[in-house]
Design a binder for this molecule. Sequence first.
Ligand code: ITT
Length: 196
Amino acid sequence: MSIELVFATHNAHKAREIAAMLPAGYTMKTLDEIGLHDEIPETGSTLEENSRQKVDYVLSRCTCNCFADDTGLMVDALGGAPGVYSARYAGESATYEDNVNKLLEVMNGIEERGARFATVITLSLEGEIYTFTGSVEGEITTSSSGEGGFGYDPIFLPQESNRTFAQMTMEEKASISHRGRAFAQMIDFLKHYKTK
Ligand code: ITT
């Protein structure tokens, strides 16, 4: 028997990264696949709050096992910005490219380029809430490189590599990324989980 998990995201890139990592015995559906097309509010001031908010929103609309991921990019020289505002850094309807261009512009001439991605996953499984976290250290490059990934991937160089996340395959990125690390923990938990 398999357990179905709803992934509370509208981000198709994230869904692809995660679908590739799910262990045997679990299946995943996205919000669009269960017919929930509403934009989910993200009004928290931390990744934890936002990821919980996404899960609570879905649970208010369906009886299901569900998880959400909230991710932010924290840049040292900017005091941790854009952080929880990563999706809206260049404005409410900013594209990934707008956000990347704004960050490159703001960082222009700044030598200290250290940054990290952090992900918090909230999982609601059989009525209980669990939390998993993952992060990756790296730096912001001075120009975009690579066509893969999404978001800030073309300008994030992880410490473990000399290529940006956008220059990696999905599997390479997942093996060292914030999301990959947080999901590895969730997967480990699921592998040992005994259904009620
Ligand atoms: P959902 O809330 O629907 O899951 P989202 O795109 O709004 O999707 P987040 O709030 O978690 O996702 O992420 C905020 C932004 O951070 C996102 O719009 C991207 O610009 C960036 N981001 C998230 N994960 C990333 C990754 O793995 N690589 C590069 N940028 C990422």
